[in-house]
Structure formats: structure tokens, C-alpha cells
Design a protein around this ligand. Structure first.
Ligand code: BTN
Length: 316
């Protein structure tokens, strides 16, 4: 018996305990036990003598039951793996991918104990954020994957605007900023041979309900969360769904028509283009003016000695 489904289908009306017991061949004590289990998970259920049970409120959970019923994607997020705790959702998605999990597999964790950022940094992931990894199999050469990080950033910025009204800008290649404060980061990791990436894991961390004190002291001044901006907590499932839906649209379009459109959207919403930048990368430090995004996702920096294309790096 999927009691949660039945309570939701009741749309705020009462479900009779005795009818439930009768229809599903359960004792009334067994129905009561189901109700208590749901309550323990944060569902607020009213019980009225002679009327039955009524769902009053659901927890801000990222479980499959909270996310999937109204998700409208075809494949993105359809294979849903939720964990209360993981070391890193990227590691779990890679493991599932290596074991043959299909494209669109999504790993979500309430908290991570060893969340990773780019360049080997730690990504602090307490409960209340959105920590997820999406497994993709785009069948593209490794060299053509640059735009995927940007695409995820565009999708998240659009989803945030749609669901929360918060306008975030993209700091190339993988951060979302709200007024210079970082609210989200993306970590793309690909496995495969040079000719073809047989799996890409796009990891995304969005600060949602953390308070300032939840951030490590060294990043506190540069980081923010939706709660910090809006002044109240936000439910995460609608934001996750919006991200998955927007992502699927952009990704399908990109695979068929190329990533030019999404790069143009990123350029139009960029916190980097038109600004002086100092980029620390593998080949040292580069200073200049960020002038455009190339079709492969590279950032073009105008330096004193000419234009330089940068594929990855850390921007100030
Ligand atoms: C960055 O800004 O450096 C990228 C941060 C990426 C963090 C996310 S949280 C979910 C996924 N799992 C990880 O271990 N990292 C990414």
C-alpha cells in the first residue's frame, strides 16, 4: 500500500482508516504503523475519529517520493538514487555509471561527508543544500565537453529565476554568483578515451537553506545561500525539478543543434565577460580582459600580447 500516494491523491480530504484497512487487507494497527512511519519522516498527518487521516504538510525532502511524482522529464533524473549521507554524489554516480547505469541517472544526497569542488577543494555539504550528480552519456569526444559545464550553469540560473525569482550570473566556467557571492558550483568529471567520453558526471552544489555560520570561516564572506538572499527557507524539490526540466531541454537541443545557443545565453548572463580577469591555470597566471566564449566553451582573454583561449582555470 502506497499510503503517501493515497493521502496525496485525497487532496487534503480525509482517508478512512477502516476503509484503508479493509481495501488493503491490513489491520487498523498496521495502517496506524504506516502513519507513524510517515510522521517520523516529517509528514504532518492529522488523525480524526470517524473521519480518518489527512495529509497537512510534507517535509522539505529530496526523496524520490517528493521529487518524481510531478517531474516532467523524459530521461534526466528518471533513475533516481537518494541517500541521507554519501561521501560524494559524484563518486556514487561514477560508480553507478561504471556498473552500467543509464544516461539520466541522478544521485542526490542530503549531506556529503567528502564533497569535492574543483581543483581538489573541499565542498562543505551540510543538510539543507542541494547536492546532486547527473550521469550523462553524450557520445562526444572529450574535447567537445566544455560547453556541458556552462549548460548546467545556464540551466540552474534559469531554474532559480523561475522558482525563486533570484537572478544569478555565471562566473565562467562553473560558478553561479548572486551579487559577487557564490551560491552554486559545478564539477564535471568525464571518463572515457580521448575520442569519446563514455560517461560524464555533472556534479552540482547549490546552497539553499544554510545560514552564514554553516559556511567554513574562510569562504563565509564570499558565499551565500538562497536563505541568505531571501531571508527565509526554500523548499528544494521544486528547484531540483525545475533544474532537471530546463537542463533536459537545453541538453537535447545542444546534442542535436550544437551548443551555440546555450553559450550565447551564458554570455548574455555572464559575470565574467567584459571584466578584467586574473586566471590561475596549469600554465601559470594570465591577466587581461574577458572578451568572449568560443563555440567549444573556451574563454577568450585579451592580453597585452594578444588573445588567449583558456579552457579551465581559477578566475579572480
Ligand atoms: C566548485 O565550485 O568547485 C564545484 C563544486 C561542486 C560541488 C558538488 S556537490 C555535489 C557533487 N558532489 C561532489 O563531491 N561535488 C559536487
Amino acid at each position: 500500500m502506497d499510503l503517501l500516494y493515497l493521502l496525496r491523491a485525497g487532496q487534503g480530504g480525509y482517508l478512512s482508516g477502516s476503509a484503508l484497512a479493509r481495501n488493503y487487507g491490513l489491520s487498523r494497527a498496521a495502517v496506524w504503523k504506516h502513519i507513524e512511519d510517515l510522521r517520523a519522516r516529517g509528514y504532518v498527518i492529522e488523525a480524526k475519529p470517524r473521519l480518518g487521516y489527512r495529509l497537512l504538510a510534507s517535509p522539505d525532502a529530496l526523496t524520490a517520493e517528493e521529487v518524481l511524482p510531478v517531474l516532467s522529464t523524459k530521461s534526466i533524473g528518471r533513475y533516481y538514487h537518494f541517500f541521507e549521507e554519501l561521501a560524494s554524489t559524484n563518486d556514487e554516480a561514477k560508480r553507478l555509471g561504471a556498473a552500467g547505469a543509464p544516461a539520466g541517472t541522478l544521485v542526490v544526497a542530503e549531506r556529503q561527508t567528502a564533497g569535492r569542488g574543483r581543483l581538489g577543494r573541499t565542498w562543505t555539504s551540510p543538510p539543507g543544500g542541494l547536492w546532486l550528480s547527473l550521469l550523462l552519456r553524450p557520445n562526444l569526444p572529450l574535447a567537445d565537453l566544455g560547453p556541458l559545464t556552462v549548460l548546467a550553469a545556464v540551466a540552474l540560473a534559469k531554474a532559480l529565476a523561475r522558482e525563486t525569482g533570484v537572478k544569478a550570473r555565471i562566473k565562467w566556467p562553473n560558478d553561479l554568483l548572486v551579487e559577487q557571492h557564490k551560491i552554486a558550483g559545478i564539477l564535471a568529471e568525464a571518463q572515457g578515451e580521448l575520442g569519446c567520453a563514455n560517461q560524464v558526471v555533472l556534479g552540482l552544489g547549490l546552497n539553499v537553506n544554510q545560514e552564514t555560520a554553516d559556511f567554513p570561516a574562510d569562504i563565509r564572506a564570499r558565499a551565500t545561500s538562497l536563505r541568505g538572499i531571501l531571508g527565509h527557507e526554500m523548499r528544494r524539490a521544486p528547484i531540483l525539478r525545475a533544474f532537471l526540466e530546463v537542463f533536459e531541454d537545453l541538453y537535447e537541443h545542444g546534442l542535436i543543434h550544437g551548443f551555440r545557443d546555450v553559450l550565447a545565453q551564458a554570455a548574455a548572463n555572464s559575470a565574467t565577460l567584459g571584466h578584467p580577469v586574473r586566471i590561475t591555470g596549469q600554465s601559470g597566471v594570465l591577466e587581461g580582459l574577458a572578451v568572449r566564449l568560443d563555440p567549444d566553451g573556451a574563454l577568450v582573454v585579451r592580453t597585452a600580447t594578444g588573445d588567449v583561449r583558456v579552457m579551465a582555470g581559477d578566475i579572480e
